[in-house]
Structure formats: structure tokens, C-alpha cells
Design a binder for this molecule. Structure first.
Ligand code: A3P
Length: 313
């Protein structure tokens, strides 16, 4: 076990090659991009959530951008801030703890830098590391997850949009599959990440809400209402039209049509263009990239890791 209080840089951590010349560092069984090690440690050591904070947690590529858009819209629905998604990418409206918030400045910790009195953040840090932070407050956490094969394929596409591809060459799908299955993957192992939050949501249903990308796609409206209820911003009977508006305004087609989300500009906080957060937004696209043998291999791993639970495959 790494003593988190003692880690300041990635030098003392175990490292594994991940793709090209890029490596990931291990903190207590989980793998992190070296760039985010110091800020992750700062989150774990310094972040004190307020009781009405909302934290959107996820493994990368499982629907974070969509969840941010929906929750931002639910919380800000009666203010003029509700239209901010037209001009701003969701990641600039809902900052990530280990990227923007504890990156260089701490400006986002200030209540006044938020659009409502509820501070809204996101994170990819696993529950196993954040447990103490969450236990220190009554804050609400929403965890979104997604089937492993679409998550892997989405990450493979996303990584191939990184600036580093120019120098390091593309990440081949065969390599991505190996890394995903071995767990040596940013945020990985995927299965441990998911099980950490899944178990926590069963233990603390009032504080931790789990939703899957697949159920959100299947009936967005029902789940937007459930989310609003959980977050303490329930919709009244006369607000049906507002629910419909939020579902429509956060749909893949609408959000991906805005100039900010079509932009090839890079945000200040990461090495991918804004448009790489929107690709296809469908369930089952993995069938176009993984052969039958690989599908069976990942399905067997999923059954094993999720103990055969009828969950996500
Ligand atoms: P695909 O690569 O399968 O298309 P994250 O936001 O966690 O990085 O996840 C990105 C995935 O969510 C991408 O999946 C992206 O296209 C999809 N996505 C982004 N916005 C969406 C939306 N409004 N509705 C549905 N899916 C969306």
C-alpha cells in the first residue's frame, strides 16, 4: 500500500508502459497518468467536500460528458445559467477534481465560482481511494458506468486523438485490448473501479447513486427524473416539459452540434481537442471493432470480475 500522505511525485510509484512512450503509475492497485499523480494526491489529502456538494464519478469514457450536461442542467434549470451549455463544453462547467480543481489553482473551491449554491465537480478517482473523503461529508455522488467493450473501444478512439499520437504513433486496438484486460489502463482496472462504486451505492444509497450509460440511453427521461430526485432537485408534476427540454438539450445530436463541441481547439487542461468528447454516442459500437474471440474473452472476464451478476456486459 502506498502511503498517500507521503507521495508528492510519481518517482516512488510503480510504473508500467501503457501506450507508445506513455506510462501509467500505480497508487494502491489503480493506474494513473503521471501528469495527474500530484493533483490526485492533493485531492486525497486536501479535498473536504461540503454536505451539499455533488460529485460526478466515472471511469473514463463511460458517459461523463453527458452526465455533466444533464446534472448541470437539472441543478441550474430555473436560472439563466441553464443555457451555458450552448457556448461551453461540459468539462469547463463541471470541473474535474484532479484536473482543473487541484491542478494548479484552487479557484473552483470557492463557492462564488459555481453557478448555483451546489458545488458540482467530477472525478475519475476510484472509490477505494476516495472513501475517507466521501465519509467526511454527506455529499452526494453519482457514478456512471458503461459496458466494458464500448468503454474500451471509446477509449481507444479517444487516445488516438491525443497530441502525443503525432510523436508516438497510433495505439493499436490489439494493444488496447491487452491493456484493458490486464487493467493497466488510465483509471484501471476498470472492473475494480466499477465494483468499488457499485458496492458503495448498495451500502449508502442515500449518498451514492449508480447509473449505467445503457439505461440512460434506453429511457433518458425516467433517469433524469430519478437523478433530480436523488440530487434534491425533484421535478414537480407541472414540470414535465422542462424534463423533456433537458433531455433534448443534452442529447448527443444537440450538444455535438455546438461550435464549442465541434472545435479542434485543445482545452488548457488536457491534450485532446474538444471535439473528441463526442464520437458516436451509441450502445454496441464495439461490434464494429472487436472480433468474436475478443468479445468472448472480455465477456468471460466480465462474468468472472462481476461474479456472474446480471449487471453490464
Ligand atoms: P463513444 O466514443 O462510444 O461515442 P466520456 O464523456 O466519459 O469521455 O465518454 C465519452 C463517450 O460518451 C463517447 O462515446 C461519446 O460519444 C459519448 N457521449 C458524449 N456526449 C454524449 C451524449 N450527449 N449522449 C450520449 N453519449 C454521449
Amino acid at each position: 500500500m502506498v502511503n498517500i500522505l507521503e507521495v508528492v511525485t510519481d518517482e516512488s510509484l510503480r510504473k508500467e508502459n501503457w501506450w507508445g512512450k506513455n506510462y501509467v503509475c500505480q497508487i494502491n492497485n489503480f493506474w494513473f497518468l503521471p501528469k495527474f499523480v500530484p493533483s490526485t494526491i492533493r485531492v486525497l489529502n486536501e479535498f473536504k467536500p461540503l454536505p451539499n456538494d455533488v460529485i460526478l464519478a466515472s471511469f473514463p469514457k463511460t458517459g461523463t460528458t453527458w452526465l455533466k450536461s444533464l446534472v448541470f442542467s437539472i441543478i441550474n434549470r430555473s436560472s439563466k445559467e441553464s443555457s451555458l451549455l450552448v457556448k461551453h463544453n461540459a468539462h469547463d462547467l463541471v470541473p474535474t477534481l484532479e484536473v482543473q480543481v487541484f491542478g494548479t489553482t484552487r479557484q473552483y473551491l470557492d463557492n462564488e465560482s459555481h453557478h448555483s449554491s451546489t458545488r458540482l465537480y467530477s472525478t475519475h478517482i476510484p472509490y477505494q481511494l476516495l472513501r475517507k473523503t466521501f465519509d467526511s461529508s454527506n455529499c452526494r455522488v453519482v457514478y456512471i458506468t458503461r459496458n466494458p467493450k464500448d468503454t474500451l473501444v471509446s477509449m481507444w478512439h479517444f487516445t488516438n486523438k491525443w497530441k502525443a499520437v503525432d510523436q508516438d504513433g497510433p495505439w493499436h486496438i490489439e494493444e488496447a485490448i491487452e491493456k484493458f484486460c490486464s487493467g493497466v489502463f488510465p483509471g484501471g482496472p476498470y472492473y475494480d473501479h466499477v465494483m468499488g462504486f457499485k458496492n458503495a451505492s448498495l451500502e449508502k444509497p442515500k449518498n451514492i447513486f449508480l447509473i449505467t450509460y445503457e439505461e440512460l440511453i434506453k429511457d433518458t427521461k425516467i433517469h433524469v427524473k430519478r437523478l433530480a430526485e436523488f440530487l434534491g432537485f425533484p421535478f414537480m408534476n407541472h414540470e414535465e416539459e422542462e424534463v423533456d427540454e433537458i433531455v433534448k438539450n443534452c442529447s448527443f445530436d444537440i450538444l455535438s452540434s455546438y461550435a464549442v463541441n465541434k472545435s479542434e481547439d485543445f482545452p488548457s487542461w488536457f491534450q485532446v481537442p474538444y471535439n473528441s468528447f463526442f464520437r458516436q454516442g451509441v450502445v454496441g459500437d464495439y461490434k464494429n471493432y472487436l472480433d468474436a474471440k475478443t468479445i468472448e474473452r472480455i465477456d468471460a472476464l466480465t462474468r468472472d470480475k462481476f461474479h456472474g451478476a446480471d449487471f453490464i456486459t
